[in-house]
Design a protein around this ligand. Sequence first.
Ligand SMILES: Cc1cc2nc3c(=O)[nH]c(=O)nc-3n(C[C@H](O)[C@H](O)[C@H](O)COP(=O)(O)OP(=O)(O)OC[C@H]3O[C@@H](n4cnc5c(N)ncnc54)[C@H](O)[C@@H]3O)c2cc1C
Length: 492
Amino acid sequence: MKKYDYIIIGSGLGGLGAAGILVKNGKKVLIIEKNNKPGGRCSSYQKDGFTIDYGTHIITRSEYGPIGEITSQLGVKNLLKFFHLHRMPSYILKENSAFGPFGIDINQKSTLSIPINDTNLNELEISKDNFQNIFGKMSKLVQNISIPKTRELDNVPFQTYMKELDLGAGVNQILYFLFMAGLCVMPHEGSAGEFLRTLLYVMSSSIKSVWMDHDGLSFGYPYGSCSAIPDVICKGIRNFGGEFLFNTTVNEIIIKDNRAVGVKTSKDEIIMGDKIISNVGPKETILQLCKNEITEKSYKEKIKKLKPSIRSLVLKIALDSPITNEPFQFLLTSEMEKTLEMTLKNKVSKIPIGIFIPATSIMDPSLAPKGKQLLLPGTVYAPYVDTGINIEKIKNNVLGCLELVFPHIQKHIKWVDIFSPETAMKLWNNVDGAINRIGQTIDQVGKNQLDFFTPIDELYLVGCGIGKNISGIGTEFALSSGMTLANQLLKK
Ligand SMILES: Cc1cc2nc3c(=O)[nH]c(=O)nc-3n(C[C@H](O)[C@H](O)[C@H](O)COP(=O)(O)OP(=O)(O)OC[C@H]3O[C@@H](n4cnc5c(N)ncnc54)[C@H](O)[C@@H]3O)c2cc1C
């Protein structure tokens, strides 16, 4: 029977990050994936000539972060190119009107901000000054802050931190939404320290992108869709002898004398390995795949209590002709605090906290048939529990908000696909249906983060939210988690 040095369960970016480092260092690695393609939440599907991302849309550090690191190590960096954003225009929505655009534009040389126009500003009851020099005001947030200093703020909720800073309405609107769209946790329990770390990472990689490479911000989108990221990493892994089994679900981790020794698959196969790395989530691994082999009650309780991130609803809208020229824009509510309160009570507001609108076919025209356009507007809509909220209602609210900025959208819609928590559960076996399996809340970041190591010898966990003192946004966190664990195991 063939035996591997490492068996990796799941080909999300966490699993691929670990596999990449291990094969590069001569280890014999098998990656087992339930679906027919790699990438998990960072992957795409085809429909009617459109290429559509399931989950991930925007990579905050593009080639300047962990993606650049792993593709370099595997010698495939030149196969993955990114479109870089220059602008992030935002609109504020109120009842039946949209105000804007305002926001960040690195082409506006003096202020780096898109100034809001005067029309109806009075109606918003916010002074114009709040919307000027957004970028300058945002940089105040990270002035005099270093990575070690951010750790002192790990236990401070983002909302509390922002109230103390009092940066003004325009900046607050953008930062609250960037916080929720980036870290995917609610501001009253998400960690200010974690957010500031990710902001420092993004700012330093954006400086490299703008000043060294004369391109846009480091916020980017991979040419060929988000699937291009795992596809290129897999090519590198194969070049170093890594093996893959697709369309195969691991049903059980085989444990002998408290040591993981192999896996049992949906095809009734038993595959043996010296070490098992699971990328399928801590709850799924420990409470399901390990059957009843883990006896340490306190560990199991800790895993059960892990808080996932918030869940999201993303519409995939195929249009018969273009309705916008902006690659990425935001719609924000004028009533942030009130909407947050409603969301926490599991009530659906007509205008959600915020909607991000990547137009991926503007960033890469090959993702839509000629003359057509693809919009992927997404919103965060419900915290944690299964609320039974009506998906159609949220879909119609999102479409209503889009109509305020694009009045003719309805007559150009060919079809709409919906990504909901149920999609996440079905596609990736995710028990919570959340954006990330572990939320970056005050009690789950920095030194309090879940460790790679488990009470079972030679069984390890990787993925977004796993690994002490690792930080970052979704995909980048997952990759860093896998790469860090692999490096630690190689040193052992
Ligand atoms: C709607 C949405 C939007 C997002 N937007 C962004 C964004 O813009 N930018 C960003 O950086 N991040 C974004 N994220 C988050 C990001 O996609 C994830 O954090 C990251 O991809 C998670 O990677 P992972 O390796 O932890 O897990 P996953 O991607 O969940 O990988 C786990 C893999 O394991 C497989 N699997 C599960 N069970 C089994 C089993 N029993 N046997 C075999 N295989 C199994 C799954 O099929 C999957 O491929 C978004 C996520 C969602 C859902």
